[in-house]
Design a protein around this ligand. Structure first.
Ligand code: MF3
Ligand code: CO
Ligand code: CO
Length: 257
């Protein structure tokens, strides 16, 4: 049946919109002095007050509503009483559930002024995600996505994290396919209309190796170099793509004012 995925897309749109609105909402509060726990609590309440659930809460034993990954944290940073300092580079990763469907998106935030190096890393990470999104259409292969990101990032002297990847997403949080952020052109499965997945490159200023801290979640760069990430949830259409998690306020990458 043609276009049989339109109902699924409508649900992905609603969940994705709530996730991006949550990041829009929290943006003005991401300032020196706020704790990542406070960010977690405010986003949790916003999501609940707008008819959704936070997907990470109780997901595989996770106890917070979102992830806050600071500086050399690659992903899955756990909100805590740690307060933000001038110069911090923070990723906030929100995943909502509305009517069983998921919206998954993250953005970088610079707390006050960050270093030129951090700025360049954040910019390159955002651009690599968008370069990959722009080639999405039926017939594009998964390896083409990885190639777009890897070639752009390595040209800049940064590295693409291998240990985590994007994922299929719909009424299931993480499903097939794995969307690698490195790869070779014209390899892997072909994209087809109706597919929904995330692209969420994690890019390090140093080497790509990561390790998990003793809390079982927090992934950090092994060499303590800076790491940045952005994430969108997208769907493949008849002749291109739709981004489900675009900001209503035009917030793409910092600065957001
Ligand atoms: N939002 C993350 C992703 O992009 C997953 C977080 S799972 C958690 O896939 F349990 F760590 F929150
Ligand atoms: Co994701
Ligand atoms: Co996410």
């Amino acid at each position: 049946m043609k276009n049989s995925y339109l109902e699924k897309f409508e649900k992905m749109r609603i969940a994705g919109k709530l996730a991006s609105k949550t990041l829009d909402m929290i943006t003005e509060y991401v300032k020196p002095g706020i704790s990542t726990d406070k960010i977690d609590q405010m986003c949790h309440e916003f999501i609940r007050d707008n008819g959704g659930y936070s997907a990470p809460l109780y997901y595989r034993g996770y106890t917070k509503s979102l992830c806050t990954s600071l500086n050399h944290v690659v992903c899955h940073g756990i909100p805590s009483d740690r307060t933000l300092d001038e110069g911090d580079a923070l990723n906030i990763d929100v995943t909502t559930i509305v009517n069983d469907y998921h919206g998954d998106t993250s953005r970088m935030f610079s707390v006050g002024e960050v270093s030129i190096k951090a700025k360049n890393l954040i910019d390159a990470t955002y651009e690599s995600m968008m370069k990959a999104i722009k080639i999405l259409k039926p017939g594009t292969k998964l390896g083409d996505i990885g190639y777009e990101i890897q070639s752009y990032i390595e040209e800049k002297g940064f590295s693409v994290v291998r240990d985590f990847c994007g994922h299929g997403i719909s009424n299931i949080f993480h499903e097939q396919p794995n969307v690698l952020h490195y790869g070779k052109k014209n390899t892997g499965i072909e994209l087809t209309p109706g597919m929904t997945f995330t692209i969420e490159p994690m890019i390090n200023s140093g080497k790509y190796d990561t390790k998990i801290l003793n809390d079982g979640w927090t992934a950090v760069t092994k060499d303590k170099s800076l790491s940045a990430q952005f994430e969108h949830t997208v769907g493949i259409t008849e002749n291109g793509y739709e981004i489900f998690t675009e900001s209503d306020k035009g917030y793409r990458k910092p600065p957001y004012n």
